[in-house]
Design a protein around this ligand. Structure first.
Ligand code: PFF
Ligand code: NA
Length: 445
C-alpha cells in the first residue's frame, strides 16, 4: 500500500502546529514567563525560538521529507548505516515516555472539562491535592489511571483514522477552535477588573531579573523552547515524512513557531487577569499545573457565567493536548508500519496497549529508588531525551547529510538562497549542538 501523504499544505502546517501547541503553552509558558522576568524573558525566549527552534524544526523537516520514513527508516536510509537506524529507536522510546505522562495530564484535563461542563467547577482542588512545583502536585491513583485510559483512547481514535482522515482532519478542526476560543477568552478576561495589574505582573519588562539570572534563564528558556516546539522527539521528522510536494520549508517552520508562540502569549492573557480579578496571588501558586488549575477552577466557580467560561477554557486545553498527543503516538505507529509492515490498526493497538502500562506507572506514581515516577518522567527524563535527541538530529544533518541537507532545504518553490541555507547548515552542524550541550550541562549541574 502506498504511504499516505498530507492532502494539503495547510493540513501539514496545522498538524505540526497542533503538535507544538499543547499543555506546554497553556500552563507552563505563562508561568515560566512571569517567573523569569516577564517580557524581558519573552525576548530571550523569542531569540531562542528564532535561533534554535526554527533551525531545529528545519533540521527535522529536512530529514523527514528526504527520508520519507519514520525516524528509524529515515536515519538508516539517508546514512546507509544500520547504527543510525538503531539510534532512530531512541525517538520511538522518547515518544512513548512523552505520551506516558502526557496522557495522564490529558486525563486530568478531561476530568476538569467534564466537571466544568456539568457545573462542578470549584471541586477540583481536592483532586490536585498538593500544589507544588511544576508537575509536582500530582493527582495519582485509580482516578488518574481511568482518565488516562480515556484520553489515550481518544488519541488512538484520531491516529486510527490515518494521516489524512485522522490527524489532518482532526487538527484542521482542533487548531482553529483553540485559536478562536483563546482569543475570545482573552478579550473577556481583559475586561475583568484587575486586568491591568495582571498584564503588569505577566509582561513587565524586567531586564534586571533577566540580567541577574541570564545563565539561569537560558536553561529554562531552551528547555521550554524544545518542549514547546516538539523538538527532539522525532515528531517533526515523522510529520515531514508525509509531505509529498516540495515547498518552502522555512516558511512552514516560521508559521508553526509563530502560532506556537501566539498561543503561549494568549494563554497568559487569559490566565493572569482571571487570577488577579479574584485576588488570587499568582506568585503564591506559582509555578505548577496543579496550582494553576486549582487557582483557575476556584476562579471560575466565583464568576458569573463561570460554567461556560470554564468549559470553554478546559475545552481549549483538551483540544491542544489531544493535537499534541496524537503526534506522539504517530511516531511508534509509523515505525511499526514502515519497518514491520503492520497495518495501522494493529500498530495503534499494540502501542496503545504498551502506553496503558507505562502511563499507568505515571498515574499511580510509585516512588522507585527514592524518586517519584511521574515527576521524573515529566521533568528530567523528558527534558534530557529531547535535548539529546535534537543534538543527534542536528549532527546528523550537519555531518552525515551535509550537502544533501542543503539541497533538500533549498528545494521547493520559494526555497531559501544559498546565502541563507549555508549559515543554517553551519549553525545546525556546529553552533547549536554546542549550545545545547551547554544547556544540558547547566541543567544537569
Ligand atoms: N509541544 C507540546 C506542548 O507544548 O505541549 C509537547 C510535545 C509534543 C513535545 C510532541 C514533544 C512532542 F514530540
Ligand atoms: Na507548545
Amino acid at each position: 500500500m502506498a504511504r499516505e501523504t498530507w492532502a494539503t499544505r495547510v493540513g501539514f502546517i496545522l498538524a505540526a502546529a497542533g503538535s507544538a501547541v499543547g499543555l506546554g503553552n497553556i500552563w507552563r509558558f505563562p508561568w515560566v514567563t512571569a517567573d523569569n522576568g516577564g517580557s524581558a524573558f519573552l525576548a530571550v525566549y523569542l531569540g531562542i525560538v528564532l535561533l534554535v527552534g526554527v533551525p531545529g524544526l528545519l533540521a527535522e523537516f529536512v530529514v523527514g521529507r528526504r527520508g520519507k520514513k519514520s525516524p528509524v527508516g529515515a536515519l538508516r536510509d539517508l546514512s546507509g548505516s544500520r547504527g543510525w537506524g538503531l539510534w532512530g529507536v531512541f525517538y520511538v522510546i522518547t515518544a512513548i515516555a512523552l505520551l506516558s505522562f502526557y496522557s495522564v495530564v490529558g486525563g486530568w484535563i478531561l476530568r476538569y472539562f467534564g466537571e466544568s461542563a456539568s457545573g462542578l467547577v470549584g471541586a477540583p482542588p481536592a483532586y490536585f491535592a498538593a500544589p507544588g512545583q511544576y508537575f509536582g502536585g500530582v493527582a495519582a491513583g485509580p482516578d488518574a489511571f481511568g482518565f488516562h485510559l480515556l484520553f489515550l483512547a481518544l488519541t488512538a481514535l484520531v491516529v486510527l483514522g490515518g494521516v489524512r482522515r485522522g490527524i489532518e482532519l482532526g487538527t484542521k478542526v482542533m487548531m482553529p477552535a483553540v485559536l478562536v476560543l483563546l482569543v475570545g477568552l482573552a478579550v473577556w478576561a481583559g475586561a475583568r477588573p484587575g486586568a491591568a495589574a495582571a498584564y503588569a505582573f505577566y509582561l513587565a519588562f524586567d531586564v534586571a531579573t533577566v540580567r541577574a539570572n541570564f545563565f539561569d534563564v537560558l536553561g529554562p528558556a531552551a528547555g521550554q523552547a524544545l518542549f514547546t516546539l516538539s523538538l527532539g522527539a522525532g515528531t517533526m521528522i515523522t510529520y515531514a515524512s508525509y509531505i509529498d510536494e516540495d515547498r518552502s520549508l522555512p516558511f512552514d517552520a516560521t508559521v508553526i513557531a509563530a502560532l506556537n508562540t501566539l498561543v503561549g502569549v494568549l494563554a497568559g492573557l487569559v490566565v493572569f487577569p482571571l487570577l488577579f480579578s479574584l485576588g488570587v496571588d499568582p506568585a503564591q501558586t506559582s509555578p505548577g499545573p496543579g496550582a494553576l488549575f486549582v487557582g483557575l477552577a476556584g476562579a471560575f466557580a466565583q464568576l458569573p457565567g463561570g460554567v461556560v467560561i470554564a468549559t470553554a477554557f478546559f475545552g481549549v486545553v483538551v483540544l491542544a493536548a489531544l493535537s499534541s498527543s496524537i503526534s506522539m503516538l504517530e511516531i511508534p505507529v509509523s515505525f511499526l508500519v514502515d519497518e514491520y509492515g503492520l497495518g495501522r490498526r494493529r500498530a495503534v493497538a499494540l502501542v496503545a496497549a504498551g502506553v496503558v502500562a507505562t502511563g499507568g506507572l505515571c498515574a499511580f506514581n510509585p516512588t522507585i529508588a527514592g524518586t517519584a515516577v511521574f515527576g521524573f518522567v515529566a521533568g528530567p527524563l523528558v527534558d534530557t531525551l529531547l535535548t539529546v535527541g535534537l543534538i543527534a538530529v542536528l549532527l546528523f544533518v550537519g555531518w552525515v547529510m551535509g550537502r544533501d541537507a542543503l539541497a533538500e532545504l533549498r528545494s521547493g518553490a520559494g526555497g531559501p538562497s544559498a546565502a541563507v541555507a549555508t549559515p543554517w547548515l553551519l549553525a545546525v552542524g556546529a553552533v547549536l549542538p554546542v549550545f545545547l550541550v551547554f544547556t544540558l550541562l547547566t541543567t544537569v549541574g
